[in-house]
Design a protein around this ligand. Sequence first.
Ligand code: BES
Ligand code: MN
Ligand code: ZN
Length: 504
Amino acid sequence: MTALTLSTAGAATLRADAVVVGVAKGAKGPVVAPGAEAVDTAFDGTLATVLDTLGASGAEGEAIKLPSPAGLKAPVVLAVGLGAAPKDGVYGAEALRRAAGTAARALTGAKKAAFALPIASPADAEAIAEGALLGAYAFTAYQGGDGKGGGKTPLAEVALLGAKPRDKAYKAAAERALVLAEEINRSRDLINTPPNDLTPEAFAAVASAAGKEVGVKVQILDEKALVKGGFGGILGVGQGSVNPPRLVKLVYTHSKDAKHLALVGKGITYDSGGISLKPAGHNETMKCDMSGAAAVFAAVVAAARLGLPVNVTGWLALAENMPSGSATRPGDVLRMYSGKTVEVLNTDAEGRLVLADALWKASEENPDAIVDVATLTGAMVLALGNRTFGVMANDDDFRTAVHETAAEVGEQSWPMPLPAELRKGMDSPTADIANMGERMGGGLVAGLFLQEFVGEGITWAHLDIAGPAFHEGAPYGYTPKGGTGSSVRTLVRLAEKLGEGDLG
Ligand code: BES
Ligand code: MN
Ligand code: ZN
């Protein structure tokens, strides 16, 4: 991955391929943001005018390259838009993160770039570093024969200017940005890996290897252990595939007395819909259906690497949903790990089945809170679009806390209800519950289903990331095409806050 360095050098004197400066949208045209003073001086104070003449406005997403005037070591100046100039002069973390991401993408192929964006605090440095390292991401493992992407090498080094390298708070901010970006990028790799290679078994092996590296205990239940344990939901979903399911447990222990957060991820390595087969046009991106498990995996590893003062257990419910002679049929009844029976009316509503088993298993340890993450419903995408995940919970304060935590780290989410009247749509004449209910409010129906598999008295939230998990449009800010790593930053910050007693 791209390297990160903190430098005390000035923007004019650091040897680099390019120096990145910020431009904001002012009332009377573009304004050069703090951090770029030395660069502006090299332009005799005309940088804003030059940018204005070139058509730059300072809008988010803008990236304009200029040849450097005499007096700058870097041969190129890259001006990136920061959006509206803040009235109080304080740039928001997400504006910085996105601008840094845009800059890193614009510098694909470059070796070293000096980032001279406005930094007023360690949090700003963290946002810029995070945005740059996330923006520089590229998934090239399957390109160019050598797996090196046929020439598209990401920006190799981000040198952060203005982030005091000898100051503890800045060092910690940089370390945090690096760990988060590395783990988010690792989750993106998993999501982007084609489903013929990333089977449940392969995913479990990746988790196992990473766990060893960072001191996270990893336990894998294979298909035999799942049968023995009575995990009817995970087995029912996985039984149509030649690639058998797995339940992976990841344990990061900080200390005996620390708070305990359990994270549960939907890990459908490919969702064909099963016998209720998805039509063409709906299955091309369904390798992304393990994004919840990838996020949980990344969050546990990041928590361990950062030594957060909290105990975190991650549960990855891994299965491949395929149609075959051995697949679950619409009409079959599964006996779940909790003992409840489920009539499977639609084999494409498989995520809730694997999650139900993992949620019940996670509940047995009586954690202080459970958060599950899943690309669960198309209905949530219809409701909230492609960039916002839905948050449901059995506790209004916890739902608010999750939503606010997401906003803090620059992830878009929205609180959604669990209306009790939607439960009866899942009444089954044959079993305790059906895996489908009313079509209207389908995302909430799925949430209500999951709620039935959360242990009595345990605080629980459900994140439906079906919209933001996989980005099909053109890259923007620090968001690439493909797997995004949605919700990792929220989970890590939530774990930290729970551990520090900041969740109320
Ligand atoms: N994995 C899908 C949900 C999904 C849709 C994720 C679009 C990402 C993008 C899920 O398993 C599914 O198929 N859900 C069904 C449920 C329905 C059959 C009750 C859906 O949303 O249509
Ligand atoms: Mn499905
Ligand atoms: Zn699915």
